[in-house]
Design a binder for this molecule. Structure first.
Ligand code: GDD
Ligand code: MG
Length: 354
């Protein structure tokens, strides 16, 4: 059985004003009736999967409980981080908890803010990758790149590896978030896949990798797990050792350093919904290229996203091209689609205003 590990401590500022500090994008209903977190939990349930382990921040614990209950999924554990320290400590803490029962437990690290349209194909890919993970390799899921994106990690295939295979392929190297020049080179070489940020490994092999490559993360996280408190169904990692936990992602802490890496190519549709341009893309624009929500109307618009989150706000666009407009009950975003990645600047600017 595969243990899904749902990571949901991130803040998702590029989807403001739908994604808020107190209610980040993974919990918002961005695409479809369920939140992205609920969709991730549902996708990784059923045959071959244990109930999920969730790692999140204190502020989100009741959102997690409420959203899991609404999808009728019982969690195996909900770990609470005293403070967000990025993904490496979150993943290691969950691996240490699982290893207490079952050192060979297979863990699937699943970000809770991705869109994966074909759940059955994804589950099948996870199961197909399982034997290689069981043998001790650290597996990442790889996507065929179509642009020199600098917000992703890149996976260099080893010689003789097949980027279209349906079994895990050996990796030469993992390059996290390159600059634009490096990204362009890697795209042109044709020998790289994007890291989807989805990982499969045994608890034991991940723990061994932390001991070898990130002992400064290992020591305080181990202490925080050892001294964890159980409180109303939550596992609270101990705050005191957590203060010494470095803020680092699993990509930098482990994947760029380890040598037992393999990639499972995945071609059945994936988006990390990294901005409103991606939401527009994934929402099946109409013949004119527009995406409009309830309470939104496009007149003579093209390639435009008009989205009202409030029944009390009617949003109308006239003669717009390549525009994103999102209205909630207390905030309105209007941006050119080519600047969609800059929405995080809005959050920073508002924060600076206090
Ligand atoms: N529990 C917890 N605690 N979860 C966290 C924390 C934390 O401190 N920080 C981030 N997360 C969650 C986010 O909510 C998200 O679901 C997931 O972990 C990944 O974090 P991101 O912050 O979204 O990472 P990224 O998008 O910059 O980069 C990663 O994903 C890319 C693909 O989307 C990397 O793995 C890249 O290599 C990869 O290409
Ligand atoms: Mg992300």
């Amino acid at each position: 059985h595969v243990h899904p590990l749902l990571l949901c401590g991130g803040s998702g500022t590029r989807l403001w004003p739908l994604s808020r500090k107190s209610y980040p994008k993974q919990f918002a209903k961005i695409m479809g009736h369920d939140s992205l977190f609920q969709q991730a939990a549902t996708r990784l349930s059923g045959e071959g999967f244990t109930p999920p382990v969730v790692v999140t921040g204190n502020d989100f614990r009741f959102i997690v409980v409420e959203q899991l209950a609404a999808t009728e999924i019982a969690s195996q554990a909900v770990l609470i981080e005293p403070e967000g320290r990025n993904t490496a400590p979150a993943v290691l803490a969950a691996a240490l908890v699982l290893a207490e029962q079952e050192p060979q437990a297979l863990i699937l690290v699943a970000p809770s803010d991705h869109v994966i349209s074909d759940a059955a194909a994804f589950r099948a890919a996870v199961q197909a990758a399982a034997p290689r993970a069981q043998s001790g390799d650290l597996i990442t899921f790889g996507i065929t790149p179509d642009r020199p994106e600098t917000g992703y990690g890149y996976l260099e295939l080893a010689e003789g590896a097949d980027a279209a295979a349906t079994t895990p392929q050996t990796l030469a190297r993992f390059v996290e978030k390159p600059d634009a020049a490096r990204a362009t080179e890697m795209l042109a070489s044709g020998n790289f896949l994007w890291n989807a940020g989805i990982f499969l490994f045994t608890a034991e092999s991940l723990i061994a990798a932390f001991r070898a490559y990130a002992p400064d993360v290992f020591a305080p996280v181990e202490e925080a797990v050892r001294d964890a408190q159980f409180d109303l169904g939550f596992t609270r990692l101990a705050p005191k050792p957590w203060k010494n936990v470095p803020d680092i992602s699993i990509d930098y802490a482990i994947m760029e350093r380890a040598s037992n890496l393999a990639v499972m190519p995945y071609g059945a549709g994936w988006s990390d919904l990294g901005g409103w341009d991606a939401v527009w893309q994934e929402s099946a624009p109409d013949a004119a290229g527009n995406v409009t929500s309830n309470n939104a109307t496009a007149i003579d618009c093209t390639d435009t996203l008009l989205r009202s989150e409030s029944e009390r706000v009617e949003l109308v666009g006239i003669g717009l091209d390549d525009i994103i407009a999102v209205a909630t009950s207390d905030a309105v975003l209007v941006a050119h689609k080519s600047h969609a990645q800059r929405v995080k600047e809005a959050v920073a600017a508002l924060k600076a205003k206090g």
